[in-house]
Design a protein around this ligand. Sequence first.
Ligand SMILES: Nc1nc2c(ncn2[C@@H]2O[C@H](COP(=O)(O)OP(=O)(O)O)[C@@H](O)[C@H]2O)c(=O)[nH]1
Ligand SMILES: [Mg+2]
Length: 291
Amino acid sequence: MGEAQSIQWFPGHMTKTKRQIEKTLKLVDAVAEIVDARIPVSSRNPVIDKLIQQKPRLILLNKADMADPVQTKRWIAHYRAHGIPAMPVDCKSGKGLQNFIPLVKELLKERVASWEAKGMTGRTIRVMVVGVPNVGKSSLINRMCRQSKANVEDRPGVTRENRWFTIGKGFELLDTPGVLWPKFEDPQVGEHLAFTGAVKDDILDMEHLACRLIETLRVLYPTAVLQRYQLEEQDLAQLEPYEILEAIGKKRGMLVSGGAVNTERAAIALLDEFRGAKLGKITLEQVEEAV
Ligand SMILES: Nc1nc2c(ncn2[C@@H]2O[C@H](COP(=O)(O)OP(=O)(O)O)[C@@H](O)[C@H]2O)c(=O)[nH]1
Ligand SMILES: [Mg+2]
């Protein structure tokens, strides 16, 4: 996407969100940060690290159903090596969520022991769920609530958006207060969020985006593209991305009158299919450093 577009998206509400998160942090015992397992770097706001500081934290690699399991394992090892427990989840189906509360309890083991030593037995554990838009915060909360037949409650002293969700006995979740925007200034971040559909398509040039996706995929997952669109290996490696888009459209019979390929339609098809994991389980951002 162009520079102008990315500037347009960046809203000025971060200061307010930061303040809200800082205030709310005082009310919770831990933070569960959700990232998109396909783009674990771009789907988080780096400001989070500064905000959270000493608060115990865990990372949920969500949408693991669509990510490359080998890469997801590497990310988990990577976070763990940095002292952050992490786990893969699929909040759409609920897969992996049975490990969520146990992991939080493990994270807070010493704290819980010290509460108990002070006679505070059965104290409620409160966890704030943070993450950029579309990463799956609501899905996580809904899933967890459904599993435990929980309810939503309002409490004095918190704003209407700050709703606590009781999930199971002595365990509560809170959604991110405010909107935690990703770091759009970095063009690659904006692009990866657009590939995964985290950004509204009506402000994007779909053909340009599809060409960029082709460039990325032919390096990281060439076989996935070859198989899905029945392309020649040499073509995928050597043609210009736009020519590959044309080849995809041609294979699909997406033509306009006169016989030219409708590349706009081809672009939309490619992006839709990528987002729907029709090309397979793909992770666009991979761990660089050895762990
Ligand atoms: N395939 C898949 N889709 C998911 C998963 N979690 C969330 N989604 C979808 O991602 C979109 C955004 O989820 P939502 O919970 O609204 O994100 P929020 O903006 O962080 O609250 C929705 O269409 C969800 O159905 C997941 O684990 N796997
Ligand atoms: Mg939500």
